[in-house]
Design a protein around this ligand. Structure first.
Ligand code: TYM
Length: 328
């Protein structure tokens, strides 16, 4: 039997190249060998209540990116978290085996609490429990994610382990799977690329928008004049050449070090690389965007297929926890 892959992403709208390099690439590749389930986690998005009026639009935009990137509803289950409400029930049940101390230690909780001090809600503390419920409801074994999600995955394993030790073997301990680009730094060169920091390039950006954004990127701070030799090893723009200009990366490094090219030339090359790598994806996306009904159909079919699995797991969990009479 094929191993089960599960992953999810918050519906923040159009996906950026951080999501693409850190996660979506693996989602697509794993489809060939594994039994894959990918979920748009709309309930998780409610932990910061900024974009609820755009939630439906964001789900749609995100699905367009996923489909255009190569997620195939014939091979994978694609669905929206709240369409399979069993996850909420499992979240509550798992919360009973999760010590509060584990949750208060999670670095992303501390960061969110710092970023939105006016809204440190209960859902924010329970975020990793809901994420664990997402994965174990489908008995996910492999979880493709970017590096920022590793603390959540560590906790998911601990919760699964604890449940299994109390109630008997039930859940696999989910293992994370990283790409070769697990942490894409944003255009400002400091934080990870993400919507929160406004330092991202959307996959669906036009070639002109891409060039304009790349031109704002921070490069090697020691290189102040065109004639200064550069240090590609510390430059975020250079690191992206590894993916978007793999055949030219050594030449670009040499030319940067010898000041043969300046940062503007280097950024132009990067924008060209991004635009040519993403040209086909952008074309497919435009075609899909003309068929909004298709996205709705994919998600509704995905929810049906996901729910059939979810019901079985929840029945097993309720029985093990003594909520229903044990079958003999
Ligand atoms: P989210 O929506 O923040 O991100 C979706 C995926 O993209 C990866 N990613 C990145 N990778 C590399 N560099 C970056 N700059 C970058 N930005 C984002 C993320 O690591 C992630 O894999 N908590 C999750 C959603 C979630 C989930 C789950 C994931 C909920 N339930 C169950 C896996 C399994 C999140 O907020 O991802």
């Amino acid at each position: 039997m094929k191993q089960r892959v599960f992953s999810g992403a918050r519906p923040t709208g159009r996906q950026h190249i951080g999501n693409y390099l850190g996660a979506i690439q693996n989602y697509v590749n794993l489809q060939e060998e594994y039994d894959c389930i990918y979920c748009i986690v709309d309930v998780h998005a409610l932990t910061s209540l900024e974009e609820t009026d755009r939630l439906q639009e964001n789900i749609h935009e995100m699905m367009l990116d996923w489909l255009a990137a190569g997620l195939d509803p014939q091979k994978s289950i694609l669905f929206v978290q709240s369409h399979v409400p069993e996850v909420m029930e499992l979240h509550t049940l798992l919360s009973m085996v999760t010590p509060l101390g584990w949750l208060l230690r999670v670095p992303t909780f501390k960061e969110k609490a710092r970023m939105q001090p006016q809204n440190v809600n209960y859902g924010l503390v329970g975020y990793p429990v809901l994420m664990t419920a997402d994965i174990v409801l489908y008995k996910g074994e492999i979880v493709p994610v970017g590096e920022d999600q590793l603390p959540h995955l560590e906790l998911a394993r601990e919760i699964a382990r604890r449940f299994n030790s109390i109630f008997g073997p039930t859940f696999p301990e989910p293992q994370s799977k990283l790409t070769s680009f697990p942490l894409v730094v944003g255009l400002n060169g400091t934080q990870k690329m993400g919507k929160t920091y406004d330092n991202y390039i959307e996959l669906a950006a036009t070639p002109e928008e891409t060039l304009k954004l790349v031109m704002t990127a921070v490069t090697d701070p020691a290189r102040r004049y065109r004639s200064d030799p550069g240090h590609p090893e510390v430059c975020n723009v250079f690191s992206l050449h590894h993916f978007f200009n793999p055949d030219r990366v050594d030449g670009i490094a040499d030319e940067c070090r010898s000041a043969g090219i300046g940062c503007v030339d280097c950024k132009q090359l990067l924008a060209q690389g991004i635009n040519s790598e993403l040209a086909a994806l952008r074309e497919r996306r435009a075609a899909l965007a003309a068929r909004p009904q298709y996205v709705t159909e994919v998600l509704s079919d995905g929810a049906c297929r996901a729910q059939a699995i979810a019901r079985d797991t929840l029945a097993e969990v309720k029985e093990k926890m003594g909520l229903v009479r044990r079958s003999v």
